[in-house]
Design a protein around this ligand. Sequence first.
Ligand code: AMP
Ligand code: MG
Length: 333
Amino acid sequence: MKDTYILAIETSCDETSCSIVKNGKEDIATVVNSQIDVHKLFGGVVPELASRMHLENITIVIDETLKKANMKLEDMDAFACTYAPGLMGSLLVGLETTKTLSLVYNKPFIKVNHMMGHIYANNINNDLAYPLIALVISGGHTDLILMENETSFKYLGSTLDDAVGESFDKVARILNLPYPGGPNVEKYAKEGKPTYKMPEINTKGKYDFSFSGLKSHCINLAHNEKQRGNVINEFDLACSFQNVVSKELTIKAERALKDFDVKTLILCGGVAANSFIREELHKMCDKNNINFYVPERRYCTDNATMIGAAAYVLYKNKNFADYSANAESSIRL
Ligand code: AMP
Ligand code: MG
């Protein structure tokens, strides 16, 4: 069979990324231009700045990717991009660029949901088998999804309030750690012990999540200790917090795997870069004879390779988009 090359673009938040992916599995070349150093100055992503920087960088990033791959735009079989969810102005830059490439080179245009990209990051250099349970943990999402085949996504549970990455970022603020907080909280947690008592997490839905109570508890704890003139052990607080989050993710994933008699768990999203969470879920899977997959760290955080991997599934199914496609800030799979 002829090989399929897809040029994919990701601009949903603060990374301008382009990738050329062969047959949905092989990363031929990827470039990720992160805007973190600029947004860091403001303590979080500034949407207007993000879209302006995507505009400045997008053609440079595409050009670099083609050079790295030693390929031309004419060599592509399709052009794909993230159309949702994300920041509207940022998404539009990638979307209109991709439509233009598709129009000029007369090749299919494929629009990809960013969350499908995170899931398909697990298919890079890998062959996923179905059914499986996907645990998506990112800055905006915490979802448990049952996939009976490669295009069916049944939501079993989601966060009722904060996403797991968001709670990491908020705890980082309490600890005066710079944005993005997640990796810094992880570093602190490595140095600490789980000495602080954390609240139980209760949700009505058996596969749902809730992290806002935990976050408030950490804020109050730090505040009260300060008022009493006590010094909080920042490493222990980070460790106590991370332990509860990991436990909650593990309990819900294990429950879903048992209830639906599924033998594969895939983990994905930016927070999947966290070593402790990766290890704890891996241990739970080993204990239950479950196959566990998690992408390489560079494919956990936002990147266009995962968009190319997901786009290939849509390409095979001839699921092409037309040029009236618009960006959507929030939409489920
Ligand atoms: P995403 O929304 O998929 O782009 O992922 C970004 C989120 O992942 C942010 O909230 C980060 O703080 C979080 N994150 C990235 N790396 C880590 C890590 N090592 N531990 C915990 N959270 C992380
Ligand atoms: Mg993401």
